[in-house]
Design a protein around this ligand. Structure first.
Ligand SMILES: [Ca+2]
Ligand SMILES: [Ca+2]
Ligand SMILES: [Ca+2]
Length: 411
């Protein structure tokens, strides 16, 4: 009886959420079926998770906030969810490490994009690590700046040309006004050479930040960036065919209409189109509604879906295009409950290529559950995020933790 009541309450909340989102109940029998979930961490706070699959192993990493230097924490699982190894990494004595992104590397290793902040200078460097499943690492590339300049990493992908592209921005507080410039780097492991580019809009001053990358056909990347000047704020996409040949297109400009759009993810869609995700309006995060869209390379809209609970931020954070015309999965952090009981919850949405919802699933505890990253391997969808609740009975570790969940997509 108690079980039935709890289940009914869950359905009621889910129905309320979908109604609030303006969503429709998916039909056609497709499901997103949870296979397993693990909550990992330490007694300290973990945040900023990233996920990569390499050599059949799942690398879940994040930042551990401790007294003194913040190390990186990694938990490596096999494909069925058995923990294989756990280790911490401190790249440099006296600095705080922040994990920004992971990408599959050669021979079952991963590449990790890490910010190293030295609060004594103060400044932060950006570094690219080559890391194995036991915590051994080498530095592939590091960029340091002088005092009052902070480098921020946001995304890392391998291009079809074999090179790795990393993106973020340079925050400069050394002058009277804070300035931020986009930073894009191409690192070629075959030659160990890195090419760096700084980006702003034609001399305008303000904030320009790369947020998301996806491979461009044949080499290069699609680079989603956001901007903020006295005139307003918004996002668009650069088509970086090679690091010296960049075309700017107004891909994301219309997605938030006059409220402006903040891009968080970009992914290739069939026929040269793009999937994009993010939130709007760009100057009011508390009111944010999540947006997932497909656009053509000329910027015109193919379809757009919004998810919104009024008064709380809803953010579409990650996109995963599926192989063989199976559509894509989007991960949204939204709200569950009401009033003082409101807490963050994760909504996974499986779309077909035309933007129809095939299936949805929620992941969450009674605490705040936030999604950061998605991966797909061997027909299984993997989801990484943070929780300050108890996602798995008996497995909670303490404070905010990381989680990794596996799902089967049935159609
Ligand atoms: Ca909202
Ligand atoms: Ca929750
Ligand atoms: Ca913890």
């Amino acid at each position: 009886m108690a079980m039935q009541k709890r289940w009914a309450m869950g359905l009621f909340l889910l129905a309320g959420l979908l109604a609030a989102c303006g969503g429709q109940t998916p039909s056609g029998g497709a499901t997103i079926e949870q296979m397993w979930i693990h909550q990992v961490g330490t007694e300290d706070e973990e945040y900023s998770p990233a996920l990569a699959v390499s050599g059949g192993k799942l690398f879940l990493g994040g930042t551990i906030v401790k007294e003194g230097d913040d190390p990186l924490g990694f938990w490596v699982f096999d494909a069925t969810g058995n923990l294989q190894s756990h280790f911490t990494v401190q790249t440099y004595e006296g600095k705080d490490d922040d994990l920004e992104a992971l990408a599959p590397g050669p021979d079952g290793r991963v590449y990790a994009l890490v910010e190293e902040t030295d609060w004594g200078v103060p400044a932060s460097d950006l570094t690219l690590l080559d890391l194995d499943d036991q915590g051994n690492f080498t530095r592939l590339w590091t960029r340091g700046y002088s005092a009052d300049i902070y480098l921020h990493g946001e995304d890392l992908v391998q291009g079809e040309d074999g090179a790795y592209y990393l993106a973020g921005y340079i925050e400069d507080v050394s002058g009277d006004e804070r300035v931020e410039e986009g930073l894009l780097v191409r690192y070629d492991p075959a030659t160990d050479e890195a090419v760096e580019k700084n980006f702003t809009y034609s001399g305008a001053s303000g904030f320009f930040r790369f947020r998301a990358l996806a491979p461009y056909p044949g080499g290069g990347v699609y680079a989603g960036w956001d901007w903020e000047t006295v005139e307003g704020c918004g996002s668009s996409v650069l088509f970086v065919e090679d690091i010296n040949n960049t075309t700017h297109r107004g891909i994301a400009l219309g997605l938030g209409l006059d409220g402006g759009f903040r891009i968080t993810a970009v992914a290739p869609a069939p026929g040269g189109d793009l999937y994009v995700a993010g939130w709007t309006p760009c100057r009011d995060f508390i009111q944010a509604k999540a947006v997932v869209a497909r656009v053509k390379s000329d910027g015109s809209l193919v379809w757009k879906k919004s998810y919104d609970v009024p008064g709380v931020p809803d953010v579409a954070r990650a996109l995963l295009p599926l192989p063989e015309g199976q559509g894509l999965v989007a991960a949204v952090t939204t709200a569950q409950g009401s009033g003082e009981e409101t807490h963050a919850e994760i909504l996974l949405v499986w779309f077909d290529e035309d933007g129809n919802e095939l299936a949805t699933a929620t992941v969450g505890s009674s605490g705040d559950d936030v999604v950061f990253d998605l991966a797909f391997a061997g027909g299984t969808l993997y989801v990484a995020g943070t929780t300050d609740g108890e996602l798995v009975s008996g497995e909670a570790v303490g404070g905010r933790d990381l989680f990794l969940a596996a799902f089967r997509l049935n159609r």
